[in-house]
Design a protein around this ligand. Structure first.
Ligand SMILES: [Zn+2]
Length: 95
């Protein structure tokens, strides 16, 4: 999965109706990225969405986009932003 500034961030589905389901879908879509890293990103995104008091489905949708964007950037899959050293190391250690 690789995107650029003009490509919408891919979404996994419209069926995840809870946080655990979204986490499973994100982990499945980002093979090679440590599960803990994705779960940590989702936890941060969930808190941000709850801070803005979004409804459940809006919060899930918003958090999904936040996590996908951050993981794409962090892993270098977004061509406009290089991967961070910490993420490159974490991903390399899993592969
Ligand atoms: Zn999904």
């Amino acid at each position: 999965m690789r995107t650029d500034a003009t490509t919408p961030i891919p979404r996994c589905c419209t069926t995840h109706s809870d946080w655990a389901g979204l986490a499973r879908h994100l982990v499945a879509d980002f093979g090679g990225v440590p599960t803990k890293a994705i779960v940590d990103e989702l936890s941060h995104a969930k808190r941000a969405c709850q801070l803005f008091q979004l409804g459940n489905q809006d919060a899930l949708d918003c958090a999904e986009l936040i996590v996908r964007n951050r993981v794409l950037i962090a892993t270098g899959r977004s061509p406009s932003v290089p991967a961070t050293v910490a993420w490159r190391t974490a991903v390399a250690n899993v592969a």
